[in-house]
Structures are given as C-alpha cells and as structure tokens.
Design a protein around this ligand. Sequence first.
Ligand SMILES: [Cu+2]
Length: 185
Amino acid sequence: MIKRIALSLLFAASLAAPALADVTAGTLVISEPWSRATPPGARVGGGYLTIRNTGSEPDTLVSVASPASEKAELHLMKTEDGVMAMRPAEAGVEIPAGGTLVLEPGGYHVMFIRPKAPFKQGESVPLTLTFAKAGAVEVNLTVSPIGAPGPAKTDGDKPNMDTSAHGAGQENTGAEAHGNHGSGE
Ligand SMILES: [Cu+2]
C-alpha cells in the first residue's frame, strides 16, 4: 500500500516536470516520441508522439518527413462501416490553443512507408515535423518492441495485457490496409 502511494506520487511528479527528451518549438512542446520495431520486410512503420500547444493561438501540423523510409505521411485511423481504415490527413492536423494532439496507435499517427531498414528496438528514428507557425522541428522516435502498446518507459505503469492485445490487432490491420494503398501509388 505504502509503496503504491509512493510510486504514484513519483509518477505524478514526473508528469509535472517536462522530461529531458521533450522538444520545444515556439509554443509547442513535443513529448514521448516513439515508434515500434518492425519485422523484416515490413512495408510500413508507425510513429507516435504528443504535441502540447501552450500558446494562445492554434498551430497546425502540416507535414512529416523522415530519411528512414521512402515516404512519411500523417494518417488518421478510424472505423468506417465497421472496418478500421487509414486515410492520409492531407490538410494537416490542428493543435488548438491550450490543446494537445496525441499521435497514437488507433488514431492520428505518422506512417513510415517502405522503411529503408527494419526499425530495431532501442534505436531511434529521425522525424521532421513541419508546423504552419512553429516551422520544422526535428525529433527522434525511440523504438519500442514489436506490438508495444506505448513508449517503453510507461510499460510499468499500465495494465499491459489489454492494451498490448489491442495494439497488436491495430498494427496488423494497418499493415494490410497499407499494402493496398501503397501498391496503388
Ligand atoms: Cu497509417
């Protein structure tokens, strides 16, 4: 009991103070950039992070780019007619004043199309985010294990069984959806 309380206090403290890895660009604070390891031959990889807008005006994440894959796109995954599908977010995604945009499995994400080499656990993947106001911002995504539900450092804080099963399912759906959409291009 006492241990549990101490741990949750520690966790609260770590949320309050920006982590060392946070990247600040103008009024935006980008945290927890992560990706997942990809199996050999995978045609796509995902990129996830959190963008907090501490300013009084909205900004828009306009585009993404990376030297780690042939192409990188900003996507939204959602359920259409009962089927999970992804669509490129061509107009970008707005981050409202005081708001937070979370790129995560099952929602908005960065899609690395045809990675040049498999993403390996523990390595990092460079990504450039371009915002309408804040401009271009470079981040490095830390690669979590294949099918990981979230960034490596939160593993101990979450009930892993549920979220990892969920995440793995989405990853499969994504890879299939992408095979189709990649070959059409
Ligand atoms: Cu996608």
